[in-house]
Design a protein around this ligand. Sequence first.
Ligand code: GLU
Length: 430
Amino acid sequence: MSEVRLRFAPSPTGYLHVGGARTALFNWLLARKKGGKFILRIEDTDVARSTQESVDAILEGMTWLGLDWDEGPFYQSDNFPLYREYVEKMLTAGTAYKCYCSPAELEKKRELAISEAAFDDLIKGRISFQNEELDDLIIQRTDGTPTYNFTVVVDDASMRITTVIRGDDHVNNTPRQILLYEALGCPVPKFAHVPMILGEDKSRLSKRHGATSVMAYRDMGFLPEAMVNYLVRLGWSYGDEEIFTLEDLITKFSIESVGRSAGVFNPDKLLWLNAHYIKTGDPKRLAELLKPFLQERGVDWTVGPDLVAVVRTLLDRSRTMLEMADGTIFYYASDFDYEEKSLAKFLTPAARELCAELVERLKQSEDLGHDSIAALFDGLCADKGVKMKDVAQPARYALTGGSASPGIYDVIGVLGRDETIRRIRRALAA
Ligand code: GLU
């Protein structure tokens, strides 16, 4: 059996859009599943609209998602001699004509035309077009530049692409392209046209619905594995399963089980998946990913508690890396303000007494592991005849400056004895 060869062929006229990323993902998955090749081709023949910045953004997005390519990136702008060669071939074969030919000549050439162009789309089923519906396709302009449908076919043919997976905005191009393959005597690849992505109001996904650039999601604190998982489920399903890693997908994905209807982009579901991947993520890796977000906030994590230990306390509480970064701030900021109003609310005279006692007991405790801290709090509550929240709330306020934080034992464990005591004393003195 010949090798399966797929490609992603973005036009570098903007960032990597979530729709493009999903197309790339489907191609990548099929190539990996079949042990074939995934080729990246940059369609930059529209010189006026193509930019290097956009090429870089596309490559960055693919790399971030983990979609590595086996060949390329190839640039259409390097292929002009090849396109000219194919134009010559077609002119010689009589399958193309120079359009200054006479009406009689044109009529004669049209008689040679095939009456129908049809194909079995791997997602949409059979699609056919009558040739009368198609105009005479220009393959090369007067200035010598090749046109879009022609360059795609020359490239897909010369790159021996076996399956073309692309957005269904290209369905109308496919019959024209099939006619070109036939005219060139090249094998016609299989086609799979992926339904578009809609916003929640069922109109085509656009900036009105929120970010559409894949990298904007990274900047908003999404993990690539959440993005991949989300994108693949936009159109593809596998029973009731929701969680898929790239490795799972390589075995489970099939293009035939991509649905025919458009996927609706649901930010809440993406957030849910992201929270899942943060919760189950490797704290060491997450700590690395967190650093740029901390830098943005001016948090210096090199002085103070171990960042990985901090991250561990935030896994259950962060839906995004942005939320995690916000949750990290108090660990490294020892000089936050205790506002008068909240001071009075949390540090009542009774609470102050309990905090002072907590300091005494912390000084004496030998071990500050989770269980020892729990035992210390239990002992304090029992001895003073108070409830856990009577101690935990003022302590949390003193340690974090707020009323919501990871579990108080975890916070104390991460801050360590000296810093814990220092913060409680500072609050008591405020
Ligand atoms: N360059 C085209 C686009 O970005 C894709 C062409 C194709 O996949 O055949 O829409």
